[in-house]
Design a protein around this ligand. Structure first.
Ligand SMILES: NC(=O)c1ccc[n+]([C@@H]2O[C@H](COP(=O)([O-])OP(=O)(O)OC[C@H]3O[C@@H](n4cnc5c(N)ncnc54)[C@H](OP(=O)(O)O)[C@@H]3O)[C@@H](O)[C@H]2O)c1
Length: 269
């Protein structure tokens, strides 16, 4: 196993990012947490330090090159040599392509693709400067594998991210830097909380009609966080290149067969 070091998690204020930061903290890593909602980031940092861990938090907007540079410049000063970054920050705005607002399309690409690229670039500059091989992890979605109707620009942003991951691995072949893509299925988070009205329930029905969801089970953020720690903690001789994670299908034992088509808080992206 790779010894715990310093990891930066973007989008650490909620959902998968928050759970991942906590899981790294519990595994003995020093954790740099970034997101726009500074108060939420501070809570995550407090949760890690309350259990004896080391953490640092700062406001971070991944769509801003200067914010990203400032965040990564500060991490090493606060926690020491950066070993890994989890490019997790992401958003989605649902809607059929014909009706989606152009600004929302740009915001998705800007956050999910450009934002992750800016963070990877900043981390690579730090790795090079400190002569640390480092590890870059991109959080993707099973939407890449099977397009989710009414989420197409979102899926395209993640497909672009996977393309970057594959190409980046080739560019870094002589450096020892590891590049991993973690492709997630539906996970119970705040992801759909900002969607209008009954958008989540309606989307779920559309996806059922198009059979894009293999099961109505959803992943928990705690399980996902632990899996991401495993990817980064793998022995240095191993590179998890593409890890596709879905929920275990609910068994029939004790299941009354009357499941709600929209699991509580369960969105997908
Ligand atoms: N939930 C799912 O079903 C699912 C499935 C597959 C993949 N994913 C991916 O998992 C990642 C995390 O999503 P989640 O489900 O945990 O949703 P979430 O709870 O809404 O978390 C999204 C995180 O991204 C941050 N963020 C958004 N825009 C940002 C920006 N411009 N700069 C910095 N941080 C930003 C948010 O923080 P602030 O608002 O405080 O900035 C928040 O911490 C995303 O990349 C998403 O695409 C989710």
């Amino acid at each position: 196993m790779t010894d715990p070091g310093v990891v930066a998690v973007t989008g650490a204020s909620s959902g998968i990012g928050r759970a991942t930061a906590l899981a790294f903290g519990a595994a003995g890593w020093s954790v740099a947490c970034g997101a726009r909602r500074g108060d939420r980031v501070d809570e995550v940092v407090a949760d890690i330090t309350a259990t004896g861990g080391l953490a640092f938090g700062a406001g971070l907007d991944v769509t801003s090159a200067s914010s990203v540079t400032e965040f990564f410049d500060t991490v090493s000063g606060e926690l020491g040599q950066l070993d890994a970054v989890i490019c997790n920050a992401g958003i989605s705005v649902p809607g059929c392509l014909a009706d989606l607002d152009a600004g929302d399309v740009r915001r998705m690409i800007d956050t999910n693709l450009v934002g992750a690229v800016l963070c990877a670039q900043a981390a690579l500059r730090v790795f090079r400067h400190t002569e640390c091989p480092g590890h870059i992890v991109f959080i993707s979605s099973d939407a890449v594998q099977k397009p989710y109707p009414n989420m197409l620009p979102y899926g395209a942003s993640k497909a672009g991210l996977e393309y970057i991951a594959e190409g980046l691995r080739a560019e870094l072949v002589d450096t020892g830097t590891r590049v991993s893509t973690v492709r997630l299925g539906p996970t119970e988070t705040e992801f759909g909380d900002r969607w209008p009205g009954r958008a989540a329930a309606e989307l779920w029905r559309v996806w059922e009609r198009h059979a894009v969801l293999p099961t109505d089970a959803v992943l928990t953020v705690d399980d996902v966080g632990e899996a991401i720690v495993e990817v980064v903690s793998a022995p240095r001789g191993i590179e998890f290149r593409l890890v596709s994670i879905g929920p275990t299908a609910r068994g029939t034992d004790g299941d009354d067969g009357e499941s709600d088509p929209t699991p509580a808080g369960g969105t997908s992206g």
